[in-house]
Write a protein that binds this ligand. Structure first.
Ligand code: 13P
Length: 249
């Protein structure tokens, strides 16, 4: 049985004022039946960890450098995130791929470094609109999986997030058939590469315009083990019903 995961990615949003949203999530979900993760900006990780210290809610980073340390001004290492109290990190989010020209090879190296630091990595993949319209979605997904994942991983230290680029922040959501097709494909690829035991146990999240109003139908799709939520994770009042939908799925 895969434990479901409701993950929020705050992206470049949030100041200390936003910690009240974590308090509200704690109060709303004293004993959650699913894993909950919030990835705030790096500036808030330490205070976020303190805020949820006696609650199962986990805190994650949004990126780590592929090197363990060194002369990389402005970057953050995986061990720094771990030291700050993070237990997860995102890798290869499409905004990193676009804003920072990250390619699969870098994402694979970042993921390995994060694993070595003891972090669970949420590896993000997804096609652009042009790729979908050219009927290339599954080829793109196969290529990103092959290139972004290290050869050695476990179901405990790795989560996949399928985030179609055209669905992120747009209010456009794939049909449940489209989501199911890609999630089933990812599951098959994971089983082929890592063996049935690991491949069946890795959690696969859907991300892209998830909201309380569409969460129920998305969570009913096969091989959807949770969500990676952007905009609707910023306010507890928006994220909390998504957590509840996942608990009831
Ligand atoms: P939205 O939920 O705002 O579409 O963002 C999804 C996302 O990119 C999460 O990482």
């Amino acid at each position: 049985m895969r434990r479901k995961l409701a993950a929020g990615n705050w992206k470049m949003n949030g100041t200390s004022e936003s910690l009240k949203e974590l308090n509200a999530l704690r109060d709303a979900h004293p004993d959650p039946k699913v894993d909950i993760l919030i990835c705030p900006p790096a500036t808030l990780i330490t205070s976020a960890v303190v805020t949820v210290a006696d609650h199962p809610l986990q805190i994650g980073g949004q990126d780590n450098h592929r090197a363990e340390n060194g002369a990389h001004t402005g970057d953050i290492s995986a061990s720094m995130l771990k030291d700050a109290g993070a237990s997860y990190v995102l890798s290869g989010h499409s905004e990193r791929r676009t804003d920072h020209a990250e390619i699969d090879e870098q994402i694979r190296r970042k993921t390995k470094t994060a694993h070595a630091a003891g972090l669970t990595v949420v590896v993000c993949i997804g096609e652009t609109l042009e790729e979908r319209e050219a009927a290339n979605t599954l080829d793109i997904i196969a290529g990103q999986l092959a290139g972004s994942l290290p050869d050695v991983l476990t179901a405990e230290n790795t989560v996949i997030a399928y985030e179609p680029v055209w669905a992120i922040g747009t209010g456009k959501v794939p049909t449940t058939n489209q989501i199911g097709e890609v999630h089933d494909f990812i599951r098959t690829k994971l089983e082929q590469r890592f063996g049935a035991g690991v491949g069946k146990s890795i959690r696969i999240l859907y991300g892209g315009s998830v909201k309380a109003s569409n969460a129920d139908e998305i969570f009913a799709v096969s091989n959807v083990d949770g969500a990676l939520v952007g905009g609707a994770s910023l306010k507890a009042s928006d994220f909390s019903p998504i957590i509840t939908a996942l608990e009831n799925a």
